[in-house]
Ligand binder design. Sequence first.
Ligand code: 5GP
Length: 203
Amino acid sequence: MEKKGLLIVISGPSGAGKGTICKEWMQNNPDAVLSISATTRAPRPMEKDSVNYFFKTREEFEAMIEENEFLEYAQVYDNYYGTPRKYVQQQLKEGRDVILEIDIQGALKVKDRFDTGIFIFIIPPSMEELKRRIVTRGTEDPNVILKRFSSAFEEINFIKRYNYVVVNDTVEEATKKVDAIIMAEKCRVDRNTELILQLQGGI
Ligand code: 5GP
């Protein structure tokens, strides 16, 4: 029986810890894949091209838009970010679960197209804690930190468009919750109609 993978979309304010949670979840779910986005943002010191992102110039990114290569793309904090379409569609077709760690604008575009996706919003335990995390990460200059922190207030207004909200108190607990959500979604009757039909038709 052919089984399509699940599309899991994870968003949340910068510093909420969504990247860490995704990586942690992936370690326990090696068959799933994390989509690598393209961006015009400059790489941070430890980031590698084709591993963390496909780093592109503005011209290259705009050419990709022209060629309809993105499942979604958005302008976030003055840079373009986009999800390459082919990779995601291929992985889902081959039955692998795909995680997209993308911003709200992108997530809402994906939601319009994939109503079977799972949309999870990660929030920090408090705004003070969020600020502490953005500052201690130390990868951005003060202007960028301020921009990201003030965006967080606006972003939280969009939680209602998501299916689930997970508070990131500790990475371990938050990852367990994400895992439980995905597990429960996989057990939904409407995701298992083929299996049920097969049982009904069986001897
Ligand atoms: P960062 O610069 O911290 O890596 O990412 C900034 C924001 O862009 C984060 O909220 C991240 O989830 C989002 N982002 C990363 N990749 C994509 C993408 O492909 N599409 C969209 N719409 N947002 C993305």
